[in-house]
Design a protein around this ligand. Structure first.
Ligand code: C2E
Ligand code: CA
Ligand code: CA
Length: 656
């Protein structure tokens, strides 16, 4: 940029100086023509002019203000005239030569110093040798000295101005460019910083995110392996956060998460890492704990942080949390299994409402034996002869007639024999296989209903849904599709949902139940009484019936707890007042059945009447009523498996 500026100034000043000199040369030419007018041609061969001619010349040029001195020379350098009346001067030979030989003026700026002994004064002069020609022949030269101080001054000041303007412009340009470049690079820098920040920090709370936690976890574990220390990991989940979010709005939900983050960060040691894993899930990494008990104690202290209410505007909100704790090397030997174990523990804390739970292998379904079984279950779902539905009748306590069936799954394991659902349903729930299992059960059940419809009028059949099934509406789509495909009325299908499934996440479950109700499928609340729902909470739900848990029912027997009759009576009366049908499960003897009848329970189910059996072993009274025309015609009742479907229908339940 400097070179550009210098070049610019140099070129401009040259042009200006050249222009000024050309003006001077033009003036010198004109002086020459005035001066030589009175000089006869032969005088150029003589030398010094006659006094008359000299006077004539002086007279001719007297009007030129800028003329400081004029001398006339012959071609060979003899002085003819000098305005300062000197008769002995010498020309600048080279310049005189050049001017006379080329026939072109020769100009040069010279500095003349006068009165040197008194400090002197400098004058800038333009000295021009102008060739004198007569009829095309150069006969001599006029040496014209012009006062050039003013011009030189003007040129210099013009050059100064140009220099200033150029320098100013360049500085401005430089500043402009610098600013642009600086801004751009700052923007780039901040955006890459921001990207790096976003990649590792949670935007809402500013806490480390899952990635950063994973990174720290790896490092802490590597250190612990060297030092032999214990690493604790606590996973924390805000209870009912979705409800809070839904009822108070996302802004308030975000505010709550920020406050949770602040409390967590404020309460932990410098070396502990608090991270937000997403949603309402947080993790606390304790890089060095003395024992598992210590990690447990730390988690309990963290839970205490939730005791004071959170202030959201004017609202004081009490929020609880479930924390799962796992340690390395005690429970896991790498980062991902440590995460998984802490997650299992948190799930236990949440489902059993423990607040804090430390990982225990009994709660875990990831032990090797379980994993083998899980693989087997995968396979079982893809073949047709391992999983089957057994049916247990529900008896109307007033009429003694079968008014419904419950479908209960069994697994005919190739090496382990018949497995009850308690051994594989929880496994399916933890591994995500539950949705396939439910789809399977629904498919077989609807196909069986369709088959029964060909011989008569079947009673409704209930299928058990898992808590995982009812958190999304997919299950409703599956049901609708099956009913349509097999042309089975919705009123013949019922679903049972445990009370705990309902209370764990009502904001997600209720809309699903609502949609189910809209399709015409009946909904019953299973295992009622062991959760904490009050019956009045069920009033506003699309629920048709209650199944009183076996625990209460068996208490009605001779050996049961006293006073249980009062509890059951209260349940039944309240349920009836809301229009709910009441079913008692686990009825094993007549005494209990009698008690239930007294308590006006509507239906009973239990070993007293029948165990759950395959379709082809149901008692005649449990099978579809064949009607007047069909009596005596007893059709064979083959159990429907996934493959057999029904002869009248195409496709089978797992086609989807
Ligand atoms: P549940 O829904 O409460 O089913 C009732 C359980 O009590 C059944 O056990 C049944 O065989 C048993 N039971 C019936 N009457 C009596 C009785 O008089 N006395 C006693 N002691 N028990 C009786 P099961 O078949 O082993 O099922 C256990 C649980 O597994 C079921 O409890 C249900 O929650 C679940 N389950 C069964 N099939 C399925 C299924 O297809 N899908 C899902 N998600 N869960 C299922
Ligand atoms: Ca059930
Ligand atoms: Ca039950």
């Amino acid at each position: 940029m400097l070179a550009l500026g210098v070049a610019l100034v140099w070129v401009t000043s040259n042009v200006m100086a050249g222009q000024a000199q050309n003006d001077g040369i033009a003036l010198a030419r004109s002086i020459e023509s005035y001066a030589t007018a009175p000089v006869p041609e032969e005088a150029y061969t003589v030398g010094l002019l006659s006094p008359g001619t000299t006077a004539g010349v002086s007279d001719q040029v007297s009007g030129f203000d800028d003329l400081r001195r004029l001398r006339l020379w012959t071609v060979d350098g003899t002085l003819m005239y000098d305005s300062e009346a000197d008769v002995t001067g010498f020309p600048d030979g080279d310049r005189l030569d050049a001017a006379t030989r080329l026939g072109e003026p020769d100009a040069e700026v010279v500095t003349e110093v006068r009165g040197e002994e008194f400090g002197g004064s400098e004058t800038t002069l333009l000295s021009v040798y102008v060739p004198i020609d007569h009829d095309g022949v150069v006969v001599g030269a006029a040496e014209v000295m012009l006062d050039y101080s003013a011009t030189a001054g003007a040129v210099a000041s013009a050059i100064r101005t140009v220099t200033l303007v150029v320098a100013g412009g360049l500085v401005l340009l430089w500043i402009l460019l610098f600013r642009t470049v600086w801004n751009a690079s700052r923007r780039l820098q901040t955006s890459s910083l921001e990207n790096a920040r976003l990649a590792l920090l949670d935007a809402l709370t500013g806490l480390p995110n899952r990635r950063m936690l994973a990174d720290r976890l790896e490092r802490v574990i590597a250190e612990a392996r060297l030092t032999g220390s214990i690493v604790g990991l606590a996973l924390l989940d805000v209870d009912r956060f979705k409800d809070i979010n839904d009822s108070l709005g996302h802004d308030r939900g975000d505010e709550l998460l920020q406050q949770v983050a602040t409390r967590l960060r404020g309460a932990l040691r410098e070396e502990d890492v608090v991270a937000r894993l997403g949603g309402d899930e947080f993790a606390i990494l304790l890089p060095d704990v003395r024992s598992v008990a210590d990690a447990d104690a730390a988690a309990r202290r963290v839970r205490q942080l939730f005791v004071p209410p959170f202030m959201l505007g004017d609202l004081a909100l009490h929020v609880d949390t479930s924390i799962g704790v796992a340690c390395l090397p005690g429970h896991a030997d790498d980062a991902s299994s440590l995460m998984r174990m802490a997650d299992v523990a948190m799930y236990t804390a949440k489902t059993h409402r423990l607040g804090v739970s430390v990982y225990s292998p009994q709660e875990d379904d990831s032990s090797p034996a379980r994993l083998v079984l899980l693989g087997d279950l995968h396979r079982a779902l893809s073949v047709d002869d391992e999983l089957e539905l057994h049916y247990q009748p529900k008896i109307d306590l007033r009429t003694g007639r079968t008014v419904g069936l419950e479908a209960l799954m069994r697994w005919r394991h190739p090496t382990r024999g018949m497995l009850p659902p308690d051994l594989f349903v929880p496994l399916a729930e933890q591994s995500g296989l539950i949705h396939d299992l439910t789809r399977y059960a629904l498919g077989v059940c609807v196909a069986q209903l369709a088959a029964w419809r060909q011989i008569g009028e079947p009673v409704p059949v209930a299928v058990n849904l898992s808590a995982h099934d009812v958190t999304s509406a997919t299950v409703v789509d599956v049901i609708e599709e099956l009913l349509a495909r097999y042309d089975v009325p919705a009123a013949l299908l019922e679903v049972e949902i445990t009370e705990t499934a309902l209370v764990t996440d009502p904001s997600r479950v209720v809309p699903v139940l609502q949609r189910l109700g809209d399709t015409g499928v009946r909904v019953s609340i299973d295992d009622f009484g062991i959760g904490n729902t009050s019956i009045s909470q069920l009033r506003d739900l699309p629920v048709h019936g209650l199944k009183i848990d076996r625990l209460f029912v068996s208490d009605l027997g001779a050996t049961g707890r006293r006073g249980s009759e009062v509890v059951v009576k209260a349940m039944v009366d309240l349920a009836h007042s809301f229009g709910l049908e009441v079913v008692a499960e686990g009825v094993e003897d007549d005494e209990i059945a009698e008690a239930l009848r007294r308590l006006t329970v509507d239906q009973a189910q239990g070993y007293l009447y029948s165990r759950a059996v395959p379709a082809d072993r149901l008692r005649p009274e449990d099978l579809p009523r064949t009607g007047e025309a069909m009596t005596g015609l007893r059709l064979p009742v083959t159990p429907v498996t996934r493959e057999s479907g029904t002869s009248a229908q195409a496709g089978h339940p797992s086609d989807r």
